[in-house]
Design a protein around this ligand. Structure first.
Ligand code: NAD
Ligand code: DAU
Length: 356
């Protein structure tokens, strides 16, 4: 079996669902269930004995050591993190605790377990660290996309904490020989994405008749990848990635934020037209920019393609249509994740109530 951390979050839940849809290897899912963790995303696995959910913290060494000893996973896939840049600007404490201290404690527990394994199991063991393109910093408009050898220049408390965790993972390989692999992925989108992030926020706000808050001029560029393609990349790296290597994962789809918002509006105009016949674009509102906002990210994903034969299956056109349709079909999921904690966040960040 494999141990997944953060498997009740956006990417982790998609990963667990896809993993169990594709094969029968069981998953132990360790998740603290912060505001971003949501067991409802995994409700289809409720009576599935291949999924063992454990609520807990990656920084709880005794808990992690116990899980490793009891379940003897052959691999750890580490998603658990505080993941929202804006929240890291409001307060970085949880980011330091989970992304840095938590990853350190997890690495130590895994190292002790791995070191005591019989030779063949030790050789087969993997620790896959899921990271982000934000560790590389920001690109100028014409600069080449990030390769795996690009220097680390993290600019936000979030990306600095992820960069620190990447360094720890690298050091545990070089110093202790732990069999690690790291992936650095671009912006994901798709089902079960918490509506604090750009794409789900825009869909949810549009449908609620609320303003669509675009930071600054909206010309910041991100490279968007459908979440299930990220999950397939992780499976591929787990299966064939070289130990100690990092692999960039991206969708070859750079778009300015304002264009993303317009595409969402036009899909909603088609799939759920407003009662008054006006376009959802009339709800677009430019608001104060994010402090230290990175201007452009772009991933050069040639290494994973050439070495491991991975390519995204979705184009942005197909992926964003599926995503908008998913949110239209799952208004109950959206309603339920808009908890008290979510409402407080929306008020602090945007100065407006979370629901219309
Ligand atoms: P998310 O915020 O949706 O989910 C994070 C999950 O981790 C939640 O279920 C939360 O409860 C859990 N968690 C948080 N702290 C924990 C702790 N101390 N112990 C155990 N569980 C804890 O995040 P996501 O968007 O799914 O991102 C998952 C990983 O992928 C993160 O490491 C993130 O840095 C990375 N990543 C995300 C993106 C993206 O676009 N979302 C892109 C590249 C990489
Ligand atoms: O690049 C990978 C990263 O992508 C991941 O490591 C992070 O975990 C993930 O949250 C994401 O970070 P971003 O900051 O790029 O994502 P977010 O959805 O918060 O914002 C995307 C862009 O949209 C960014 O330029 C900020 C802008 N934005 C965001 C929000 C929430 C707005 O203009 N308005 C908004 O209300």
């Amino acid at each position: 079996m494999i141990l997944v951390t953060g498997g009740a979050g956006f990417i982790g839940a998609n990963f667990v669902l896809d993993w169990l849809a594709l094969n029968d290897e069981p998953v132990i899912n360790l998740d603290k269930l912060t505001y971003a963790g949501n067991l409802e995303s995994l409700s289809s696995l409720q009576s599935d004995s291949r999924h063992v959910f454990v609520q807990g913290d990656i920084g709880d060494s005794a808990l992690v050591s116990g899980l490793l000893a009891t379940h003897q996973p052959r691999a750890v896939v580490h998603f658990a993190a505080e993941s929202h840049v804006d929240r890291s600007i409001h307060g970085a404490e949880d980011f330091i605790q989970t992304n840095i201290v938590g990853t350190f404690r997890l690495l130590e527990a895994v190292r002790a377990h791995w070191a005591a394994l019989p030779e063949a199991d030790r050789a087969a063991f993997r620790f896959l660290h899921v990271s982000t393109d934000e560790v590389y910093g920001s690109l100028t408009p014409d600069a080449p996309a990030f390769t795996e050898t690009h220097g680390f220049e993290p600019n936000s408390p979030y990306s600095a904490s992820k960069a620190a965790s990447d360094h720890l993972v690298r050091a545990w390989h070089h110093t202790h020989g732990l069999p690690v692999i790291t992936t650095n992925c671009s912006n994901n989108y798709g089902p079960y994405h918490f509506p604090e992030k750009l794409i789900p926020l825009m869909i949810v706000n549009a449908l609620a008749g609320k303003p669509l808050p675009v930071y600054g001029d909206g010309m910041q560029v991100r490279d968007w990848l459908y979440v299930k393609d990220h999950c397939s990349a992780i499976r591929r790296v787990l299966q064939g990635g070289q130990l100690g290597e990092t692999y960039n994962v991206g969708g070859w789809n750079e778009q300015p934020n304002i264009e993303i918002v317009r595409i969402i509006c036009s899909l909603l105009d088609e799939l759920r037209p407003r009662a008054d016949g006006a376009s959802y674009t009339t709800q677009i509102t430019h608001v104060k920019d994010r402090p230290g906002h990175d201007r452009r990210y772009a991933i050069d994903a040639r290494k994973i393609e050439q070495e491991l034969g991975w390519k995204p299956a979705e184009t942005f056109q197909t992926g964003i249509r599926k995503t908008v349709q998913w949110y239209l079909d799952h208004s109950d999921w959206v309603e339920r994740v808009q908890s008290g904690a979510y409402r407080q966040w929306v008020k602090a960040q945007y100065g407006t109530p979370a629901t219309a």
